[in-house]
Design a binder for this molecule. Structure first.
Ligand code: AMP
Ligand code: ZN
Length: 475
């Protein structure tokens, strides 16, 4: 049974999708006014882990991640750079897709852009006006009337009574704090700072507010009601609170059943963020020589609801863990034996039992709100036991295949951190020398066999003599 912690109810709940076997999932995506930083990628790697887990459990998924390519920040930065909004954001849109690929993130099915869904936003805005949940202000902007929506504040735990006392009228900015919660903007009437960023529409000349973008794009691709919505905890208020008010205010249907929020990536105890300037982009880390899969591992190996303090040491440790796993899988492929000896039969039987237990523990941990720490602990325990048994030549090929299948098909389907191990292609000339050397060894001509080893080495290959014969690999 799958259980997720639902921010809306503040408890772990059994996960039951609206449609059996099919999960509709929406993740708030990047605002493309700069390269996403690795704090942002913690949010996207979390959504990826969730998606991979659901598919591994046998659910079909429909995953949508929006691209915010118009808002206060994109307009401000493109105008500073003297570029059109489209030209400016396109650079970062493309960089984002490249980074997703580098981080081995399974692509969402749709990446809608806000600028291409203004009409969908207007439809919701007009519905809200018709339902008396939104109004036009003097300057032509349209605001959501929060006291018209009785559930306003439920996701973030705001109390409407406190709110009304402190309400400060209206906010036109996209971002604001709980303290200034009040009627928020759906449509911003044109102002000169917007330059050439405006739409002439049925509600007037202007541009959308940020919050309405996600309501419109999620509804367009997933319908009025869907299963899971993800994002970082900073989005709970006001962004997700406002999404609920807009969507439910317009459709009169429950918007989202499960709200899953990831905690922040921190630097020295503070949220990694563009505004604090304490951030690293993925590019920054790659230029320092870090392996992108280790960055991915570092971001997902801590439970998504725990804060994670970022240091280079965390990524170094991840690199070590992953190279240990890769070596282990090579060892497993190369050093399994045809059949174990009599006493080793017992080791093999114990190992077969441990494999079954690992599978059960791994599944139970992930089913429990993606408890990666316990899932990984069971994986490493198995790795340790198998390594020991391999050294004792007690792992049969049949068992090795089953163990490898667990690592590739179960562990890696979800974690996505292993590199495929292509069978190494040894050049024909090297292979010939290896065979000559084998023959020399058989006839005990060690002088010749040593000379041949040197020749092989000169071609960049090393040869190991094992019980099963010579093994060649890149030096
Ligand atoms: P933004 O582009 O600022 O809207 O952020 C995109 C996503 O990254 C959102 O889901 C944010 O909640 C998330 N996010 C931003 N900063 C961090 C951080 N330091 N750690 C984890 N997630 C973050
Ligand atoms: Zn959003």
């Amino acid at each position: 049974m799958t259980r997720f912690f639902n921010t809306f109810t503040r408890r772990k709940e059994e996960f039951v999708p609206l449609q059996k076997g099919f999960v509709r999932l929406y993740s708030c995506g990047p605002t493309t006014y700069f390269y996403a930083h690795i704090g942002n990628y913690r949010a996207y790697c979390f959504a990826d882990l969730l998606r991979r887990y659901l598919e591994w459990k046998g659910f079909k998924t429909l995953h949508v991640m929006n691209i915010t390519d118009v808002d206060d920040k994109t307009i401000r930065e493109s105008s500073k750079a003297g570029k059109s909004l489209k030209d400016y954001t396109e650079v970062y849109n493309q960089a984002f897709f490249a980074d997703l690929h580098t981080l081995n993130i399974v692509p969402a099915h749709y990446y809608p852009k806000a600028t291409e869904h203004v009409d969908d936003m207007l439809t919701i805005i007009q519905e809200l006006i018709a339902h008396n949940k939104a109004y036009k202000s003097e300057d032509g902007s349209v605001y959501f009337k929060i006291d018209s929506f009785k559930d306003y504040g439920k996701l973030s735990g705001l109390k409407m009574a406190d709110l009304q006392a402190g309400a400060s009228g209206r906010v036109k900015k996209d971002e604001y704090s709980k303290e200034s919660a009040s009627d928020f903007v759906l449509w911003k009437a044109y102002s000169p700072e917007d330059g050439d960023v405006f739409w002439e529409t049925r509600v007037g000349k202007g541009r959308p507010g940020w919050h309405i973008e996600c309501s419109a794009m999620s509804t367009r691709y997933l319908g009025y009601s869907f299963d899971i919505h993800t994002g970082g905890v900073d989005l709970i208020f006001p962004h997700h609170e406002n999404e609920i008010a807009q969507s439910e205010g317009a459709s009169k249907k429950k918007f989202v059943n499960y709200w899953l929020h990831n905690e922040h990536l921190l630097v020295d105890g503070k949220k990694m963020s563009k505004s604090l300037g304490n951030f690293y982009t993925l590019r920054d880390l790659l230029s320092k020589g870090f392996d992108p899969l280790a960055v991915r591992y570092a971001l997902i190996a801590t439970h998504y609801r725990s804060q994670l303090n970022f240091t280079f040491d965390v990524v170094h440790a991840a690199e070590k863990t992953l190279s240990g796993l890769q070596d282990f899988l090579s060892h497993l492929k190369d050093d399994a034996v045809v059949a174990g000896k009599e006493k080793d039969g017992q080791i093999a039987a114990a190992l077969a039992r441990q494999l079954e237990k690992t599978k059960a523990d791994f599944t139970a941990a992930l089913d429990d709100d993606l408890d990666v720490a316990n899932a990984l602990a069971s994986v490493f325990e198995l790795q340790h036991a198998v390594n020991k048994a391999l050294d004792e030549k007690a792992v049969s090929r049949v068992l090795a295949t089953k163990i490898a299948a667990f690592f590739w098909n179960d562990f890696n389907s979800i974690f996505g951190v292993l590199k495929k191990q292509a069978a190494e292609k040894v050049p024909v000339e090297v292979q010939k020398l290896v065979e000559e050397r084998e023959a020399a060894r058989k006839s005990k001509d060690f002088k010749k066999s040593d000379a041949l080893r040197e020749q092989i080495k000169a071609l960049g290959y090393a040869v190991d003599d094992t019980e099963k014969g010579a093994r060649v690999k890149k030096a």
